[in-house]
Design a protein around this ligand. Sequence first.
Ligand code: PMP
Length: 285
Amino acid sequence: MSVPKVYINGKYYDKPDAKVSVYDHGLLYGDGVFEGIRVYNSKVFRHQEHIDRLYESAKAIDLKIPLTPDEMKKAVEDTVTLNHKKEGYIRLVVTRGPGTLGLDPRRCDPNVIIIVDDISLYPPELYENGMPIVTSSIIRNHPNALSPRIKSLNYLNNILAKIEAIRAGCLEALMLNANGEVAECTGDNIFVIKHGVLKTPGTEAGILEGVTRNVVIELAKRLKIEVKEVALTRHDIYAADECFLTGSAAEVIAVTACDGRSIGTGKPGPITKQLREAFQALTRE
Ligand code: PMP
C-alpha cells in the first residue's frame, strides 16, 4: 500500500512528514474536536451528518473552524480521492492549535487535519461469534462537566474504561452514567433486544449521538422492528435476548456476554444478524 497523504491546513504531507506543533493545545490539553468516518465504495458514508456533528462539537467548545462546512466536506472528499481509497476510514481532527503553555486558547490558531487510512477495531472472529464486555467502574463524563455529546479530543474517560476492559480480558467496556443507568461503550453505542423490541439509551443518558446508531434505528424502523429510546440499567443488559454495539469503526457487532453472564443464547441473535446484514447492504450497495 502506498504511504497515506495527510491533509493539514490545506496542504498534503506523506504520513511520516505529517506533523503539528508540540505547543498544539490538542496535544497539551485534549483541546479540540474530531470525527471518525467510513468510506464505502469510494463514497464518504453519512458525510453531512458527520460534518454537522463536528461543527456542533466545535461550537460547544467555542472553537471556530477556519473552513465553512462545505469547504470542509470538499477537503475530506479531495483527501479521499488523492489517497485512492475505495474502502477506508477518515479521521478528521480540528485542534485548538499551537499557543502558549497556559490553558488560555486566545493565542491559538486551529489546525485542521484529515487522515485517510485503514481501520480494524475488533478481530474478525468477534464479528462472527460476538464479544464479551464488562461494566466499567469509571462512569461516563457527566453532561454538566463535559458533555458526551461533544466528540472532543478529551477521551481519557473512555480510555480509563477501556483499560479496565482490557485488564478483564475484554475489548469493550460498558459505561454507566452518574445515575447508574447504561450510557454507552468506550467507542460505540449500545442496543438491546427484548421480546422483539429494540432499545437504546436516549441522548439524555449522556451519550455521543452516534451516526451509526441513527442509521441502525432507521434500518430497524424500515424492517418494522419497534424501536424505543429509553433508560436502561445493567439488568436490561443481563436479561436481554440480544445485545449489540454500533460505531463508525465498529459498524454493528454482537455482544454475547456482559460481566460473565451470557446474553440470550450466548450467540449473535437473529435481529442483530438482520440489522447487521441490512447495514452491510446499505453501506456496500
Ligand atoms: N460513543 C462514543 C463514545 C464514540 O466515540 C463513538 C464513535 N467511535 C460512538 C459512540 C459511535 O458513534 P458513530 O456511530 O458516530 O461512530
